[in-house]
Write a protein that binds this ligand. Structure first.
Ligand SMILES: Nc1ncnc2c1ncn2[C@@H]1O[C@H](COP(=O)(O)OP(=O)(O)OP(=O)(O)O)[C@@H](O)[C@H]1O
Ligand SMILES: [Mg+2]
Length: 460
């Protein structure tokens, strides 16, 4: 989705490069501190063998003598897992005893000098310890050669151990980085989920409580932006409310004047014009009042309206006076089934919500229809319901008609398509839930608004 590299990848990459440098350095250190001293122990044991053999070399009056019993030689050769060879070399380079290949190559040595080197004897790789010993006035040499089986086995084991420990270290570090970034990023993911779940009008500042310190400036910047958006939106709503409010008086005057003109004696050819004028004035007045309601139901404007305990039963009872005569005019039987339903909300908006629902029911249900308003508490939640047995709204259209300026295909008369949008806004403003469904009669529309369960709501 994004072209920017992920934080996790960047961290891993930055970790990998130093690891590539650190790993060989650590390996060299382990070689110098552990492997090399261990291999030197083998050389020391080999040196001990040289000294043991040198003990059998004597310089007597009868010349140089080397006297090692066959049994001693056997036990010397078979004491180790590795094969052992030796050579006792006289001052002139001549072989006094032992295996001829060990005496090769002939090199001069000083008394008490030690030399250790790798060579090949009887086609086998060996480690040789050579030592110069005094024999009479001259210098003899004792050399012991040992095959490298035990030595190589130890070296291989140690290299494997070093490699395994470095690998373990690298993997553990990588896993730690992955887990740590995942954990470190979790608060940010929570924040983005929280933002994603927000409704459009929710411009409250983000809470930076559990985001990592590095992200706090981002949250702060976002909050400042939200503040500015909120201020802009509030200004816009205030303008809309003001404009709608300013329009009300001249429109009311216009309507009154049109009504008055209709009552005065007037030329019959003006009758139709005056009636159209009267209707247009009524429509404009209603539209301006709807715009005012929309502006007031907006999140930024709502804060200014007082929140109070409102009984939906009282709201519906107030509507009787205005709506029963209008229902009678429209040939509609308006019924009330009211139970107390107390909630915390804004009375003005709730009255407007009911007015829009009743206006629709009276407009669209048709002559002879039955319209019922119900209030009460169901499962602890206050509700308001307006039901009619008119043509209803097809299920596929319900979602669309809740939006602004959307009207039904068959809708006639002077509507703007704002009524249900206003209802929907007010429902949202109260954190309530709206459902458009079939009426219980099997035909008609049932609008059901269920408010949040309130602890102080009366019993069902
Ligand atoms: N009780 C109802 N029965 C049948 N159809 C309805 C009912 N209420 C609303 N509608 C349909 O839903 C559409 C949208 O209603 P809404 O109240 O939003 O706008 P409107 O009534 O057309 O215009 P306004 O309310 O702004 O004057 C209406 O045009 C109508 O087709
Ligand atoms: Mg309407």
């Amino acid at each position: 989705m994004t072209a920017t590299p992920s934080l996790r990848r960047t961290l891993l990459l930055w970790l990998l490069w130093p690891l590539l440098l650190i790993a060989p350095a650590a390996a060299a250190l382990q070689y110098a501190l552990i492997l090399k001293p261990s291999l030197q122990i083998f050389d020391r044991v080999l040196g001990d063998n040289v000294l043991a053999i040198a003990n059998f070399l004597h310089a007597g009056p009868a010349g140089l003598q080397f006297e090692m019993s066959a049994q001693t030689e056997r036990s010397l050769r078979t004491a180790q897992t590795d094969a052992l060879f030796y050579a006792v070399i006289g001052p002139g380079g001549e072989l006094l005893a032992g295996d001829p290949p060990v005496a090769e190559p002939a090199t001069a040595m000083a008394v008490d000098e030690w030399r250790f080197y790798d060579a090949e004897v009887f086609d086998q790789a060996v480690r040789v310890a050579a030592h110069g010993v005094r024999c009479g006035e001259a210098v003899c040499q004792v050399r012991v050669a040992e095959t490298r089986t035990a030595r190589d086995a130890l070296r291989n084991e140690m290299i494997a151990a070093i490699a395994a420990s470095l690998l373990l270290f690298a993997v553990a570090t990588a896993v730690t980085v992955l887990v740590a970034t995942a954990r470190g990023l979790r608060p940010l993911q929570r924040l983005s989920r929280q933002l994603g779940a927000r409704s459009l009008g929710d411009l409250r500042p983000l809470v930076a409580a559990d985001v990592p310190g590095e992200a706090v400036p981002v949250v702060d910047a976002m909050n400042r932006l939200l503040e500015r958006v909120q201020a802009g939106s509030a200004a816009q709503q205030a303008f809309l409310a003001d404009a709608a409010h300013q329009l009300r008086t001249p429109l009311a005057t216009l309507k009154t004047e049109a009504e008055l003109a209709l009552l005065q004696p007037h030329p019959p050819e003006l009758q139709a014009t005056l009636q159209r004028l009267d209707q247009a004035a009524a429509r404009a007045a209603r539209l301006s009042s709807q715009l005012l309601t929309l502006a007031r139901s907006d999140a930024s404007a709502r804060a200014a309206l007082p929140l109070a305990a409102v009984d939906l039963k009282a709201v519906a009872t107030e509507a009787v006076q205005e709506w029963v005569p209008r229902a009678v005019d429209a040939g509609i039987d308006l019924g009330f089934e009211l139970q107390p339903a107390v909630l915390t909300g804004q009375a003005f908006l709730l009255r407007e919500m009911l007015a829009n629902l009743l206006h629709n029911a009276l407009t669209y249900a048709g002559r002879g229809a039955q319209v019922t308003i119900r209030t009460g508490v169901a499962e602890g939640a206050p509700f308001l319901e307006v039901e009619d047995d008119g043509p209803g709204i097809a299920a596929a259209d319900r979602g669309r008609l809740l939006q602004r300026f959307q009207r039904g295909d068959q809708a006639s008369g002077s509507g703007s398509g704002l009524g249900l949008a206003i209802v929907s806004d007010i429902v949202q403003a109260h954190g309530a839930h709206i459902e458009l469904g079939e009426a219980s009669a099997g035909r008609g529309l049932r609008v059901w608004v269920r408010f949040a369960t309130s602890p102080d709501a009366g019993p069902p």
